[in-house]
Design a protein around this ligand. Structure first.
Ligand code: PBG
Length: 314
């Protein structure tokens, strides 16, 4: 009876699995703050993607972890044809063709030696800032390189103004008119990203509060989503998920394109940690969290639980 009347259903095909491919590893390495998640080698990446697909997950989101020696001020290895992320994308596309939707993270923070999502410079008053428009140029090169490597979808996550329009224009100009864009529209400057910093070996000191959203605010996030839709986003996304369900819900009310939510590393880590201590039932908590995110209005959920959840949901 409950199933008959349930207003919300989570299906494996709603879930997007974020994965990490790291340069220079001889075997996969577990991320200590994200038990069950790995920095992959090419072989283990392909094997894990096969497991995801077998469980019914149809989309993966790939992040690259470069060697420290490949990082520089602009993150140029991000658009190098043989850069770690582009190699990972190419390997997945060769392995899966169109059976798996291959999404790539389109942001510089893993690749810059300072760890920021854009290039640094001085503004007119001499303050050190992330330069919006100079960063857009890097993003367009990166997105085109990802499309060339075989990504079905790129996902600008750096919160620069105009990033969706710039990437759409660059992809179209190179003939990649069918490559979709998932816009990180409302990405908050969140402490819930903590474990991700280990996952990608981040070099960041300080924070991203000059370009990510302030947790105190909702209105600006709605504007950011509107702008991304007008710029040609194929999906808009809210991140983190559970602490921002009001934002998901408000955007879902007006968005003409699918609305995704990203259950981030800290959300995953908290449920796993409490589960391991016997303080919560981690399986039930996982499923409840995913159901709540969908109930709020998310059409797709990016989650490190994707494969575990899909196996149970099947
Ligand atoms: C930046 C990026 C971040 C995450 C995804 N993309 C980190 C940040 O903005 O600081 C976080 C993902 C997670 O915590 O799971 N490109």
């Amino acid at each position: 009876m409950r199933e008959l009347v349930a207003q919300t259903r989570v299906a494996p095909s709603d879930l997007i699995y974020p994965m990490f491919y790291a340069d220079g590893l001889t075997e996969k390495r577990e991320i200590s703050s994200m038990p069950g998640q790995y920095q992959h080698t090419l072989d283990s990446l392909k094997a894990a993607a096969h497991e995801a697909l077998a469980a019914g997950v149809r989309c993966v989101d790939l992040f690259g972890v470069p060697l420290d020696s490949d990082k520089d001020a602009t993150g140029s290895v991000a658009w190098a044809e043989d850069g770690v992320l582009n190699r990972g994308i190419r390997a997945l596309r060769e392995e899966f063709g169109d059976d798996l939707v291959i999404m790539a993270d389109t942001c510089l923070d893993e690749f810059t030696d300072h760890g920021h999502c854009g290039v640094l410079g001085e503004d007119k008053q001499g303050s050190q800032v992330v330069l919006n428009d100079a960063t857009l140029e890097c993003y367009t090169r990166m997105a085109v390189a990802q499309a060339r490597a075989g990504a079905h979808m790129v996902s600008p996550s750096g919160m620069m103004d105009g990033q969706v329009a710039a990437i759409r224009q660059a992809l179209d100009a190179e003939g990649y008119t069918g490559v979709s864009i998932m816009a990180y529209s409302a990405k908050y400057a969140s402490a819930f990203f903590g474990p991700f910093r280990e996952a990608v070996g981040s070099s960041l000191r300080g924070d991203r509060r000059t370009y990510q959203q302030d947790p105190a605010n909702q209105r600006e996030s709605l504007l950011e989503a509107e702008l991304d839709i007008a710029e040609g986003a194929d999906f808009v996304m809210v991140k983190p998920a559970m602490a921002y369900l009001d934002v998901v819900s408000e955007i879902a009310k007006f968005s003409p394109v699918p609305v995704a939510a990203y259950q981030v590393s800290g959300e995953y880590a908290m449920i796993q940690a409490a589960g391991r201590n016997g303080w919560v039932d981690s399986e039930a908590t996982m499923l409840e969290s995913l159901t709540s995110i969908k109930r709020a209005g998310a059409d797709q959920i990016l989650t490190y639980f994707a494969v575990d959840a899909a196996r149970i949901l099947r």
